[in-house]
Design a protein around this ligand. Structure first.
Ligand SMILES: C[S@@+](CC[C@H](N)C(=O)[O-])C[C@H]1O[C@@H](n2cnc3c(N)ncnc32)[C@H](O)[C@@H]1O
Length: 316
């Protein structure tokens, strides 16, 4: 059972400037493959030619590693049309010029082209593994173990469902707030803002794997507004930060667990291989890496032992 709405629901969250964490993002379709052709060729509102598409695709790749193939042409047009409208431009060529000189617009551009589909307890076998091989052994460990904290990184956390699923899994195993630190990062500042608000449609609970539904019992549910609010103790386990995975990482210590799921599918093979190598070195010996269902390591990695479906253990 979910707790009643004891905390005021902030469904109409405050508006902040686009690009800052906390800004509201226009509603977006979840998966790129389901995005409709909003602008059939011939009836387009803005001038958009081949060179526009190729230059913008090159920019997304250079800044974020995101590969936008030919099939994404209409998706790019429809997502960026909003930016042209907001800026009062009539042609993509002018938008490209703007990107040459405006760093804030580059951030908005990356926000617009990234794909953020996610859900609570997505790929539930990872959370079952986390429960059985990380949370329970840690909770049952010798008291000396409890002087240290578990450190978990959700890399490419999108709107927060993944890091909160991690926190809720740990809390159900009686791991207190201070016993784990979850770092949740993404390149997209819009999704980070939504993640920090910690508010979701109540129906998402019913949509998630039945084994994990009772994890939400500490959250506040308001059937009248249909809003689920992540409770403060769970929310405080997660720290949200903007981080481009292709840039330098500011970490001084290793993680017990890294989740990087459904992020590398948007990268090319070389970028993915380089990232896997960096993840392997950023995990403590004996720690775990969880990756997305279509991201399995072809050829493996000498520091990562495959131990289950898209689960790898860092060797000593
Ligand atoms: C499809 S979502 C995956 C969310 C979650 N990990 C899951 O599996 O449900 C991919 C996320 O990766 C982020 N992303 C893409 N390129 C990135 C980069 N270079 N650095 C950091 N995050 C990136 C996107 O902004 C997006 O939120």
């Amino acid at each position: 059972m979910l707790r009643g709405a004891s905390v005021p629901i902030r469904a109409g969250a405050e508006t902040r400037p686009a690009g800052e964490p906390g800004a509201r993002k226009p509603p977006r379709r979840s998966a790129a493959s389901t995005e409709p052709d909003a602008a059939p060729a011939g009836g387009r509102e803005f001038v958009f030619d081949n060179e526009d598409f190729e230059r913008l695709a090159a920019l997304a790749r250079a800044h974020a590693g995101i590969v936008l193939g030919e099939s994404k042409r209409n998706l790019i047009y429809s997502r960026l049309s909003r930016r042209l409208r907001a800026l009062g431009l009539t042609a993509f060529r002018d938008y490209r010029r703007r990107l040459d000189t405006d760093a804030t617009e580059i951030e908005r551009f990356i926000n617009a082209v990234s794909t953020n589909h996610t859900k609570f307890f997505r790929e539930p076998h990872h959370f079952a593994h986390l429960r059985d091989h990380v949370a329970r052994p840690f909770a049952a460990g010798a008291p000396a173990d409890h002087r240290r904290r578990l450190t978990i990184w959700s890399a490419g956390c999108s709107t927060g469902e993944e890091p909160y699923s991690i926190a809720l899994t740990l809390r159900r195993e009686a791991l207190a707030r201070g016993s784990a630190r979850i770092l949740a990062t993404d390149i997209d500042t819009d999704v980070l803002g939504r993640a920090m608000q910690g508010e979701y449609a109540l129906q998402t609970v019913g949509d998630c794997d039945p084994d994990f539904r009772d994890c939400f019992r500490s959250c506040d549910a308001d059937p009248a507004s249909g809003v689920l609010t992540i409770d403060d103790d769970t929310r405080e386990m997660a720290t949200f930060r903007r981080l481009n995975l292709l840039a330098e990482w500011p970490f001084r210590s290793l993680f017990d667990v890294i989740f990087c799921r459904n992020v590398m599918i948007y990268f090319d093979g070389a970028t993915k291989a380089a990232l896997i190598d960096r993840f392997a070195r950023q995990i403590a010996p004996g720690g775990w890496l969880y990756i997305g269902h279509s991201e399995a390591l072809v050829g493996g990695h000498r520091l990562l032992e495959p131990v289950g479906r898209t689960i790898y253990r860092r060797v000593a």
